[in-house]
Design a protein around this ligand. Structure first.
Ligand code: GLU
Length: 301
């Protein structure tokens, strides 16, 4: 072996030695500050952790202070839509609020209390839902809410529980058949606080966007001829076509709108609890049942 070879070998041996020393340090010191170099050691490190080293099951592991407060109160207060057919719609005659999101809220109350009636449904709109959660008026938002980076600055989100995409609703026979037909002079109706109005202003900047307080007001305005199209998630628009079959959803989707359950910022243990709930809802087949009940087809795999 020449000199260069020996130096190279020495270098390798030294690096290995350093690696071994770091590994010893990690054993007793938790994750040792993490970093990329710690990750290849993780499996063997984990094997050396004694059962007594792992955190004791605590309130935090169960669902944290948020879940503790809900249990103490004796009911879950969920913010749901009252204006959105298929997800959360209040029947003006019976006063009942029904939909996919409402059923998810009931299932969560059942998981927490063993009783789905230990639930109060409070009306939220796209505009009021985040302030109501931050103020503590509601424990949770289950209301056709898209997970976005912007919203993540203010609230926590569960895993995705429904996949929608933005589309357009028009009167049958309308010259508007897709987003490409939304041009200068086209009046598009939407709802304040939704991603839909933000997106349409980007996708069709020349159009005029009129914003309403809720989806029933926007739909009434469309039917009254105040606009050429209504824009929001396809699933919400399908609900409107069930209310009035003279209206159709056109042109497919032009955004992705993954729905998440929103929880107050910092309540990460409760997020973990809700994600566990969503997993068990899926595993039990209950999720597929609710999906078919409201959306009318099997959930995508
Ligand atoms: N999913 C969209 C959003 O979170 C539109 C539906 C809604 O307004 O709730 O903004």
């Amino acid at each position: 072996m020449n000199k260069r070879g020996i130096r190279l070998l020495l270098g390798v041996v030294l690096t290995l030695l350093l690696f071994a020393v770091t590994a010893c340090g990690t054993k007793s010191g938790g994750d040792g500050g993490g970093g990329a170099s710690a990750s290849p050691l993780a499996p063997s490190t984990a094997a050396t952790v004694k059962p007594s080293d792992s955190p004791a099951p605590s309130a935090a592991a169960e669902g944290g202070p948020a879940l503790e407060a809900i249990k103490k109160r004796g009911k879950l207060v969920a913010g749901v839509k009252f204006d959105t057919k298929l997800f959360g719609l209040k029947d003006p005659v019976s006063g009942k609020v029904e939909g996919f999101d409402v059923d998810i809220a009931k299932a969560l109350a059942k998981q927490i209390f063993g009783d789905e009636s230990k639930l109060e449904l409070k009306e939220v709109t796209s505009k009021t839902r985040m302030p109501m959660l931050t103020n503590g008026e509601i424990d949770i938002i289950i209301a056709t809410m898209t997970i976005t980076e912007e919203r993540k600055k203010e609230v926590e989100f569960s895993d995705v529980y429904f996949k929608a995409g933005q589309s357009l609703l028009v009167k049958k026979g309308s010259p508007i058949q897709s987003i490409a037909d939304v041009k200068k002079g086209t009046k598009v109706l939407g709802v304040k606080g939704s991603t839909s109005v933000v997106n349409i202003k980007q996708k069709a900047p020349e159009s005029t966007v009129l914003e309403f307080e809720n989806y029933q007001d926007a739909f009434t305005a469309l039917k009254a001829g105040q606009g050429d199209a209504l824009t929001t998630d396809n699933a919400i628009l399908y609900g409107m076509t069930k209310q009035d079959p003279n209206y159709v959803v056109v042109g497919g989707t032009f955004t992705d709108e993954p729905y998440g359950i929103a929880i107050k910022k910092g309540e990460t243990a409760f997020v973990g609890y809700v994600n566990g709930f969503l997993k068990s809802l899926n595993a039990s087949g209950e999720y597929a049942k609710l999906y078919e009940k409201w959306i009318g087809e099997k959930p995508p795999q």
